[in-house]
Structure formats: C-alpha cells, structure tokens
Write a protein that binds this ligand. Sequence first.
Ligand code: NIG
Ligand code: FE
Length: 411
Amino acid sequence: MLLIKNIGLLATPQGNTVRCGAEQGAIAKHADASVLIDNGTIVSIAENGELPEGSENAEVLDAGGALVTPGLVDAHTHLVFGGWRAHEVPLKIAGASYLDILNAGGGILNTLVNTRKDSEDELFERSMGFLEEEFNFGVTSIEVKSGYGLNKEAELKQLRVIRRLDKEAKQDVVSTFLGAHAIPDEFKGDPDGYIDYLIAEVLPVVVEEKLADFCDVFTESSVFNVEQSRRILLAAQKLGLPSKIHADEIDPLGGSELAGEIGAVSAEHLIATRDSGIEAMARSKTVACLLPQTSLYLGKPFARARDMVNAGVPVAIATDFNPGSCPSLNLQLSMNLGYLRYRLYPEEVLTAVTLNAACAIGMGEKVGSVEPGKQADLVVWNTNELPMLCYRMGSNQAKTVIKKGKIYETH
Ligand code: NIG
Ligand code: FE
C-alpha cells in the first residue's frame, strides 16, 4: 500500500468518458488531500486533512503541499522513426512549405528511407530513450503511430516496435496503424493503388497479429482524399480497428466531416477546420485531438479550440512528436499553448491532456483521472497551483511521477 499525503490540491477530471462543453472545465478539486493506492490501483481519496481508512501501515509519500494531477496522456505521436530532419529547417526559412518538401520527395519520404534502414532493435532502443524523456515530463500513457515504413515489411516492423515498447517502457503504449501516411515511391501517382495494397496485403496481417489498436489516415491535399480515407478506415473498422484521422492539418478537405460521418474516435490536428467539421464532430462526440506545437513549428494558425469546446466537441491536446512537424517531447509546452493560443482555461487544458486524451486512445476506463478503481498514474508537481502548469514555460514542472503505484523522481 502507498499513501500519498499532504497534497495541497488534487485536481482531476472525473469519469471514464469524454468531457465536452462546460464539462470539459468542470474538474474536481480536493484540498488537503491524500490518495491510497494498493497494487497499482487507486483505492480511496480523502480531503480536508483526513486520511483514507486503512492507510495506517502504508508506505508514505509526502507531497509537501504540492499540486497533484492524473498522469498526463500524450494521445498523438509518431515516436518510432529513423534519422532526424534538421536539414529541412533552412529550406523552410528559404520559403518551402511542408507540402513542397513532401512533394519533392523529402519530408515523410525522407524519414521512410531511414526507418526502413534501421533494424527493429535500433528503432526500439531509440524509442525507449524518447519514452524515458517523455516520462520525466509526467507522461504516463502514450499513443504511437506507424507510418514511416509504407510497405508491409517496414510497417510491421514499426508496429512490432510499438508493441515491444508497451511491454518494456514505463508508460502504457497504444498502437495506431498509419500505413496511409504518404504515398511511397512504389505507388507514386497511384494513391488508390496504394490504398488497395494496404487493404489487401497489410491490414489483415496487422489485425491477425494484433499489432494495432486503431487505424489512422493522413487526409490532406496531395496525400489521401476523403474517398480514399473513407475506404481504408471502413475496411479497418470491419476488421475491428476503430478510426482516427489526420484531418484539416493544412487544407480543409472534409476530414473532420468524415470523422463525424464514420464515428471516428478522434480527429487530429484540425488547424483549418470549418464550421461543418466542428458540427459533425460535436454530433458524433469525436475527440478533437489538437497539436499546438505543430502549429508553432509549421508557422500555421492555431486550431479553433475555443469554438470546439463551446460547440460541445471533446478536446484533447497532444504533442505530435515527429521529426518533421514537431520534434518536441514536452507535452507541458502543448499545455502552455493550449492556454495562451487556444484560449482554454487551465481546468479545460488539464482535461485535454488527461481524461479526454485517455478516451481518444481507448483508455478512459483505466487512466485519465484520479478516482478509486483507476490505475495509480499521478504527477506531483513543483507548484501548488493549477494555473502555474499552463503559465510557466520551458521548465519541466513535474517533480515526481507515479506509474501503477511506483514512484519515480524526475530530478
Ligand atoms: O502529424 N501530418 C502528418 N504526419 C505528421 C508529420 C510527419 C512528418 O512530417 O514526419 C504530423 O504532422
Ligand atoms: Fe501527426
């Protein structure tokens, strides 16, 4: 048994399902709280200086009056890849856009070469390092996408790495098949042919070998159109994989509307989303998984998060960690931008990086809030006030990270 006591403020959303509209900011705030944990699970919570019953003989962690929240959940990353793409930055400074670079055979296609080349063990070791770095920022669960292999062998290699990460890393790791991330040279000019290939040759093996929990697609100009996106996502749904969509990142092709139509669990990016997309997602309760560091990095507008919350769309905020549009593992920086640029309040931001993010990756019943019955994933912060998490920038404010009831100091 572990007792975390002397918690100045325990701030947490509540429940196992998405919080939207006014509920997004309606979190519980327990003052002078303590949390009793047994066998990696939260047993009970007390407040106002009381201690939970049965905590007499427990090991004690004194939070010293600090703020405690649920462990953070990063619901969107591309964390398994070979190489970096630092060489693209001068091209961008000279005026090339993200799609210019991709259309010239760089971008994702450059990372493809390095990812195909690296062995499974090399990719695994490197990814473990990334996960360790992210753990220190307070991230206790994470989603990782494939999408840099773009053929059967290399996609399966990436997905196997993701499954190994789930076993070996401290975090829970959820796997998303993103074979439809770009059109590889083997299918240049033939996106339909590539989608056919993915549906016929790759998806069935991914499902058979239980290598993915979700299927995603990059719905974007000069990548996959709405019809092609619908085809792969419905084929995956038939095989039991729920949908995610990279939608409206650069151009509003109709990806968020498609997300609503097919009941996608999440639509991601949504920088250029129109009113019709917001309405469609609100109807289907699709989580809008927003990636503000990508807007920053690409010099793009910030997604209409305030409008989305007001319209009843459940909003999550993630990093998008990848070598091309967001080489950052710091989810706390996404929280800062969620506050300053999305104009969400700290309570809404907290829900966006905990419960709504957990729901976006199918983990809402297990993590995302500090409540009896949930897994004991928590962060003790270097502050005793919630707004400080969104206000201070650049420093790691996570002090102690607790995963399944085990204590890890970050400094
Ligand atoms: O989410 N948009 C597509 N995928 C990634 C970028 C991947 C890359 O550039 O390597 C994203 O921004
Ligand atoms: Fe992405």
